[in-house]
Design a protein around this ligand. Sequence first.
Ligand SMILES: Nc1nc2c(ncn2[C@@H]2O[C@H](COP(=O)(O)OP(=O)(O)OP(=O)(O)O)[C@@H](O)[C@H]2O)c(=O)[nH]1
Length: 307
Amino acid sequence: MNLSLLARHSTLFSVLCGSFAVSTSLSIGLGQLKNLSDISWLDVLGEGSVGLLSIVWVFFLLISRPPGKVTSALVIGLCCFLFSASLDFYDEFLTYQDAATGLSMFESIPAAIGMFIMSYALYQWHQEQLVLNQQLHSREHDLRQHDQIDFITKLYGADYMRGQINNKLIAPPHSDFSIVMLDIDNFDQFNRKFGHAEGDRLLRQISELIIMNLRSSDLACRYAGDRFVLLLPNTGQKLALELAEQVRQAIFHLAYKPYQHPQAIYHNLTFAIDSVRPGDTTDNIIDRVNRSLDASKQLLYPSEVAL
Ligand SMILES: Nc1nc2c(ncn2[C@@H]2O[C@H](COP(=O)(O)OP(=O)(O)OP(=O)(O)O)[C@@H](O)[C@H]2O)c(=O)[nH]1
């Protein structure tokens, strides 16, 4: 279970605690304890479970979704629901005098409002998912092999990439096929300054930007660490250069804000391009583009790249 998103939802966490605190104070302030014999334990179990499960739902939302309008609406809707559920739960232990009977009369109103808010948010979530599915579809070429997907970036890994290059080499006719290898500059420094979890988040965002800038026929893979490979079928070197430069520009303009760091951090990529030549094998293409990238890095950062 990845809890890294939890720390970014402090406001929503306060809303959850606030709704719980208000319902508890209202109930305790206005009610009087029932006799034990008047308590229906079956109702306590049922209503207690509803409240508890609402909290579990909020927890899973907070660890699954990034901050944003849809997440806020889902959590606020659930908090309204939890507000009613907790009043209902306290009802089982408390009786209210005439002046406070309004509380039990109106206790279901927040739940209804919460359901409306959640319905709206679920519709927005559905729209969001349609866009994501479209992106997934375009990067997958109809074939998804889950065991070959990189856990952090959700891109295909190096093994899948090798398989795809192999297939391309053995399948005639041999049209233009270019390979771009990209490497994030100074990623190690970023990792050391902001931590590994932030590094993972940055890798994810960069991967999403890469996908968004590719055509439906292209494939992006995570080769290793901060190094990515783009496989571009039916693409000569000139077009490959244009595509790689578009990706570089997109990432260069990503204003990435690490957690609790007010200033945006910008990143550059270095890339190398190669095209399949007659008699090539998968290993020598990868080796060639790898060496070409190392050479470019060495020119840009002479002291950092090992020979
Ligand atoms: N957060 C995170 N870091 C990773 C992962 N895999 C590799 N790294 C880190 O990526 C960094 C790669 O370092 P380098 O190869 O020196 O890359 P660099 O700092 O970009 O240096 P240049 O390529 O010369 O610009 C190291 O700090 C690795 O620990 C990962 O999955 N997540």
